[in-house]
Design a binder for this molecule. Structure first.
Ligand code: TXA
Ligand code: MG
Length: 354
């Protein structure tokens, strides 16, 4: 670390007060010197370093315990900068996606030689994103370099969406943590690759699959979004290969007939102490020791924004098992919830027919 211990600095959502700018300026200096800065985005917190400084980027992998073959996203303050780091000449659909930015969206494009291979894990392509968060964009602008950043969790744990959860994992590992409050979207950015014959969704998020289809016409969805991979299977996005978002206790997901789901969970929790993550509508019916609600079934954005926080909070509960309700369908933001829950549970799903 560059600093002796981790420094926590508060920045408001608008990131434009005198104190905000002083704090962001301080953090930008740490980035320039090759240090690690955790910063808020609209999706989850990121663990950032100067993307053009190989030594600094290596520190990210070390601090997270991240496998070396899992590449990083570069964060830019404006969409035009994509052309500085990616070969964009013949890429169809890119202009339409740029028009959406800043957004919870990451685009994979052929990398220019300026991008060090430690960012791409040796792949010919690089992932780029322009975050919506004003604090994130101001930090990048003041740093004067692209910022490489994975989610600011230890590898395998749920991504942090508030400063308290960042501190659990990154205290003593990052030089600075910028506390910008809770992340609104709550799940990581949508990832789409424009390097295949047809644009392909690799990770669902705040920019929905339906929206991408309406903009680009045909979009494929990688089967890894909703299915587990076969052992040794090669994928377009290395991050898909790893267990993710997992709380300390085993998780089982339920879907289908609501009363049958409730009965099943109540029977299980009469025998052992359990926690359940559910919608407001199901909460009064459940008899678990802890019932964590994420909002109404009609508001899946609320479920998404609380999901990682709730998964983490189960670690401090004295239970042996966690249940969670899957959304009723996989449209809109529900696809992202579905995708994250499947990974948190290691694809352990119980389906109850009507
Ligand atoms: O919302 C987000 O995207 C957050 C915030 C901090 O911006 N970042 C984030 O980064 O989620 P990370 O590293 O936790 O997830 C990035 C995913 C990984 O699954 C990685 O394998 C994939 O993106 N990825 C990165 N570069 C890639 C590339 N060149 N080709 C294919 N997949 C790539
Ligand atoms: Mg991550």
């Amino acid at each position: 670390m560059i600093l002796e211990k981790t420094k926590v600095l508060k920045v408001s959502k608008s990131a434009d007060t005198k104190e905000d700018l002083q704090n962001l300026y301080f953090a930008a200096e740490i980035i320039k010197k090759g240090g690690l800065v955790v910063f808020p985005t609209e999706t989850v917190y990121g663990l950032g370093a100067n993307a053009l400084d190989e030594k600094a980027v290596r520190k990210i992998y070390e601090a997270k315990g991240r496998p070396q073959n899992n590449p990083l996203i570069i964060h830019l303050s404006k969409s035009d900068d994509i052309d500085l780091y990616c070969e964009t000449g013949k890429i169809e659909g890119l202009d339409a996606l740029k028009a959406l930015m800043p957004a919870p969206l990451t685009v994979i494009l052929p990398a220019k030689p300026v991008i060090p291979s430690v960012i791409t894990a040796g792949l010919p392509n690089v992932a780029a994103r322009v975050p919506m968060s004003a604090a994130a964009r101001k930090l990048i602008e003041l740093s004067g370099v692209p910022i490489a950043a994975p989610s600011a969790n230890l590898s395998g744990k749920p991504s942090p969406t508030c400063a308290k959860h960042v501190l659990e994992d990154m205290d003593g590992r990052a030089d600075v943590i910028i506390d910008g409050g809770d992340c609104e979207v709550g799940v990581e950015s949508t990832i789409i690759t424009l390097c295949e014959e047809v644009p392909t969704l690799l990770r669902p998020g705040g920019i929905t699959f339906e929206k991408l289809c309406s903009i680009l016409g045909e979009v494929h969805m990688s089967h890894a979004v909703l299915e587990s991979l076969k052992p040794g299977e090669q994928v377009l996005s290395p991050g898909m290969m790893y267990r993710h978002y997992a709380p300390e206790r085993p998780v089982e997901l339920v879907k289908g007939n609501r009363m049958k789901c409730v009965d099943y969970i109540n029977t299980r929790s009469s025998k052992e102490d359990c926690a359940v993550i559910c919608y407001d509508e199901q909460a009064p019916l459940l008899k678990c020791k802890y019932v964590l609600t994420a909002g109404s079934e009609k508001d899946n954005q609320a479920y998404a924004s609380k999901l990682f926080s709730m998964l983490r909070d189960t670690n401090s509960l004295d239970v042996s098992y966690i249940f969670a309700f899957l959304p009723v369908d996989t449209t809109g933001i529900s696809l992202a919830i579905y995708n994250r829950l499947l990974r948190a549970a290691g694809f352990n799903v119980k389906t109850f027919d009507d």
